[in-house]
Design a protein around this ligand. Sequence first.
Ligand code: FAD
Length: 391
Amino acid sequence: MAMQESVNQDPLIIVGGGLAGSLAALVLSRRQPDRPLLLLEAGSVFGGNHTWSFFDSDIPPGGEEWVRALEPRVWPRYQVAFPGHERMIEHRYNAVASPRLDALVRERLPRDQWRCDCMVARIEPQRVVLDSGDAISACAVIDARGPDGPMPGLELGWQKFVGIEFAAKVLDPECVTIMDASVPQIDGYRFVYTLPLAADRVLVEDTYYSDKPVLDVEQVSTRVRAAALAQGIDAPEIRRETGVLPICIGGDPDVFWPADDPVARLGIKGGFFQATTGYSFALALRTALELAQCDDFSAPALAAWSRQQFISHWQQSAYYRLLNSMIFHAAAPHERYRIFERFYRLSEPLIARFYSGDLTMFDKARILTGKPPVPIGAALRSLRYSATGLR
Ligand SMILES: Cc1cc2nc3c(=O)[nH]c(=O)nc-3n(C[C@H](O)[C@H](O)[C@H](O)COP(=O)(O)OP(=O)(O)OC[C@H]3O[C@@H](n4cnc5c(N)ncnc54)[C@H](O)[C@@H]3O)c2cc1C
């Protein structure tokens, strides 16, 4: 009689039904429907309370159908404004609302494959222990618990913001303003972001590229209201969101994620965010698609696979960390806007490649050549700094 290979029939457990965990579960369940799976989320909804924005060019190959399923609001163009120049860019911009991700998980995942209001107290490579004390065995566990908690080994700046959604119309519902930096520069690089979400709803955010993660929500909310009023928006408030996103300047990937860590990670927990914007929608979708191509779901294989994904992302982000080092170390906080102002004078395709992480060598040189927007001595020091102690 032929020997049967023993296959672990315990489910793959994904802890954290936020953006990355939910997308991973959705894509895996579709591509490998027979694989036992369990998505565990502490909150009462999947995806929390977010609006995730991204450019068309950020969508990874194979990701289009998932973006369609998330029913994004799409704008054909976006605008930027600085003290010295304004520009309209013909490039589609999208925003997905988290309630749609929640609905998709409930529609598409079999009912026995997800639990919300389920706080995981401890994660082990092949088991989770819930707050209730119950334990669940797994073939492997993926940690997708999001941005809370320390990020050891990383040198970080912060993109922090408060956004308020108003029940109001805007002048041009077909155009988003992703950066209006003509406002007074406070606490680093400051800009206002305006997203007309619907005919009668607009999201206005006041954003800072700051050295410190501390966010005074009430003070910044007052500034959001003033910025809205300056655009003629004087209407009831529907919703507020706040964010403090990491911007990676440098660090040691082996400290952030030791090679012998036995637990797989996805999302911000695994360092999967765009180094300069702190955004992670595109990377969450890309890693979900990659995960669904895996065939070995044993805990050691998955831990090694996810760490390798992180290491490649880290290597591909070296140039972005260098730019971040210039933003945070070379430019005086109130002068940081000059780096973005100059960047937004470059060609539209280059700007798109910057956000999608597809810069060519020529693009990289192009961004750094010309009259530097920061003092040359400080720029050189920051380049030396990022080339020596940090990887
Ligand atoms: C307000 C805001 C706006 C943002 N806007 C954008 C944007 O426009 N575009 C973009 O690309 N990025 C944006 N980001 C950045 C980033 O994409 C999001 O933070 C994204 O949600 C991160 O995905 P994630 O899955 O890693 O973490 P999260 O989406 O935060 O998911 C983590 C999940 O894990 C759950 N969890 C935590 N601990 C446990 C536990 N012990 N047991 C069970 N569950 C647990 C949490 O409840 C949460 O649902 C934004 C972030 C914020 C905060």
